[in-house]
Design a protein around this ligand. Structure first.
Ligand SMILES: NC(=O)c1ccc[n+]([C@@H]2O[C@H](COP(=O)([O-])OP(=O)(O)OC[C@H]3O[C@@H](n4cnc5c(N)ncnc54)[C@H](OP(=O)(O)O)[C@@H]3O)[C@@H](O)[C@H]2O)c1
Length: 300
């Protein structure tokens, strides 16, 4: 089957269309005819050779999430049948077919492009938010609120009744307001700006960027136990929560995002949608580090 492949690590141009064997659904999985998949940071980091021991073999196919139409159902899977529209998490999703191990139905009014953007970011957002167990009315600082994980996290937090202050480049501030957050920039003086926006204090903070802001977030909240990072895996010794996926997956997050979307309380933000053949351009854009929402590839 056709897939986006790379046979060596390097710049986005190592990506090209190729032919790989079709996957099949194992127990607990479904296989889909992929209609859309999104670029996640892990994809371009593996492609660039930045993740030790990855990829495990060549030709490698990027992609951790996708949306499409079920065409195989593995043993032990119930409630899903061939022909159903689903989205979720899997592997090697930049291809005509992919298997998903975590999936949910796509709401009627959600497009494949929107659904294909959601898997990784909504699961990560819910998993990191759950580490703080903040009550409704609490104030949350999201550092990096305009990216893929940040837009999902901001909307989950607002839906749970939290007041969200989000950092982003100024060009993304109106976008953050539309998601229900109060925006500020992420350059020097963050503590002073946040203190002016939330004189009563900040109850929790989540680093979604991994560029060294964790000590500042500990200072702002006054307690490392009130800080989570999804991207700074060396920050554990500071006493903060590191939202590693080895903690277990927030499997409910897919259905929660679908429900909130149906209720008009969760918008899927797509920065760019390109065909699979332009996968290199999609990687280049995501790797630039200033995407608003998600970059999606479509599989015709
Ligand atoms: N632990 C996990 O399971 C897990 C899962 C998924 C992702 N991650 C990690 O989470 C990180 C974010 O992923 P993503 O998909 O959300 O990335 P993304 O879509 O590329 O978003 C990155 C965001 O970071 C912001 N940013 C750039 N430089 C910044 C800075 N110096 N300070 C504050 N914000 C800055 C950008 O905002 P502006 O455009 O407004 O400048 C952009 O919106 C990645 O490192 C990824 O590997 C971890």
């Amino acid at each position: 089957m056709q897939a986006l492949v790379f046979t060596e690590c390097g710049e986005p141009d190592v990506l090209h269309l190729g032919d790989v064997p079709e996957p099949h659904a194992k127990p607990g999985q479904v296989r889909i005819a992929v209609r859309a998949a999104s670029v996640n940071a892990f994809d371009w980091k593996v492609r660039a050779g930045l993740v030790h021991g990855m990829p495990k073999a060549f030709p490698a196919v990027p992609g951790l999430d996708a949306a499409g139409v079920v065409d195989e159902v593995g043993d032990g899977v119930s409630g899903v049948a061939p022909g159903d529209r689903v989205f979720g998490l899997g592997s090697r999703t930049f291809a005509r077919h992919a298997v998903l191990g975590m999936f949910a139905r796509i709401p009627d009014r959600m497009t494949f492009e929107e659904a294909g953007a959601l898997g990784v970011v909504v699961e990560t957002a819910a998993r990191s938010l759950d580490l703080l167990t903040l009550p409704a009315g609490a104030t949350l600082l999201v550092d990096g609120a305009a990216g893929g994980v940040g837009t999902a996290l901001t909307q989950f937090a607002v839906a749970r009744g939290l007041r969200v202050i989000g950092t982003a480049s100024p060009r993304h501030h109106d976008h953050l307001r539309r998601l229900g957050a109060t925006p500020t920039t992420y350059d020097t003086g963050l503590a002073e700006r946040v203190a002016a926006l939330a004189p009563e204090g900040v109850d929790g903070a989540i680093d979604v960027v991994g560029k060294g802001s964790v000590p500042a977030l500990v200072g702002i909240t006054g307690d490392p136990a009130r800080v989570v990072t999804v991207a700074d895996f060396g920050a554990g010794p500071l006493g903060v929560h590191v939202a590693d996926s080895s903690l277990g997956r927030a499997t409910y997050a897919l259905a929660e995002a679908a429900r909130l979307f149906e209720e008009g309380r969760f918008a899927v933000v797509l920065d760019r949608v390109v065909p699979l053949a332009d996968g290199a351009a999609a990687h280049r854009l995501a790797q630039g580090g200033h995407v608003y929402g998600k970059v999606v590839v479509t599989v015709p």
